[in-house]
Design a protein around this ligand. Structure first.
Ligand code: AMP
Length: 221
């Protein structure tokens, strides 16, 4: 089975994807994580991607698609949950082409809808440990001592792309590209939209449960 996760950055795609991948036995691939791994390892790809990521912009399609194609080859037989890909119509078309070559298709496009004001608050409140990578939220999961990691005592920092202005830019970028993608998957009859967040009192675990029930009822495979 191949599932794509469409929500905005900060909508909980990562968490929902993690639960779905465990429950359905799929491999989760996040293009954002792949880029961050390259950034950390200071690869040529990471250096190219950083220029765009730091501004909250999309990395150009050709760079992103090449990276994804390479990664997907390992898991074509297992099935994949794609977190953060596709983000443009061109990427969606390329993905269909890659899958078609192996007689596969996107079985579900899950669109997680969370109000943007809530997302800005969620992401810009995040802090990361500069040493062990532990993630805090200054409202919901603050460290015991301000700006110090509970686990290892090192300093917490705010990731460049989690600063409020950059988050707003990432959401603008998402708004511009998502409508086309949603239409694309609606036309393919694989779109499933789920509302989440404080207003509807639904967290990522609730969304994942709802989706698993839907997949089982519809016998999607
Ligand atoms: P994410 O963690 O998924 O929000 O991704 C972090 C950043 O990586 C994004 O703001 C983009 O700069 C870049 N990125 C991730 N996935 C893609 C994609 N499919 N196309 C273009 N850029 C991407």
């Amino acid at each position: 089975m191949f599932i794509v996760l469409l929500g905005a950055p900060g909508s909980g795609k990562g968490t929902v994807g993690k639960i779905l991948s465990q429950e359905l036995g799929l491999v989760q691939i996040s293009t954002g994580d792949l880029f961050r791994e390259n950034l950390k390892n200071e690869t040529e790809l990471g250096k190219q991607a950083k220029i765009y990521m730091d501004k909250g912009e999309l990395v150009p399609d050709d760079i992103t698609i090449n990276m994804l194609v390479e990664k997907m080859q390992e898991y074509m037989d297992k099935g994949v949950i794609l977190d953060g890909f596709p983000r443009t119509e061109k990427q969606a078309i390329e993905l269909d082409d890659i899958l078609l070559k192996s007689n596969k298709k996107v079985n579900m496009a899950l669109n997680i809808e969370v109000p943007f004001e809530e997302i800005v608050k969620r992401i810009s409140n995040r802090r990361t440990c500069s040493n062990c990578g532990e993630i805090y939220n200054i409202t919901y999961k603050p460290p015991r001592i301000a700006d110090i990691c509970d686990k290892c005592g090192c300093t917490l920092y705010q990731r460049e792309d989690q600063k409020e202005e950059i988050v707003k830019n990432r959401l603008d970028v998402y708004k511009k590209s998502s409508a086309q993608l949603i239409d694309y998957y609606k036309e393919s009859n694989v779109l499933y939209s789920a509302k989440a967040g404080d207003k509807v009192n639904k967290n990522s675990e609730d969304v994942a449960k709802e989706v698993i029930t839907y997949i089982k009822e519809r016998k999607i495979s």
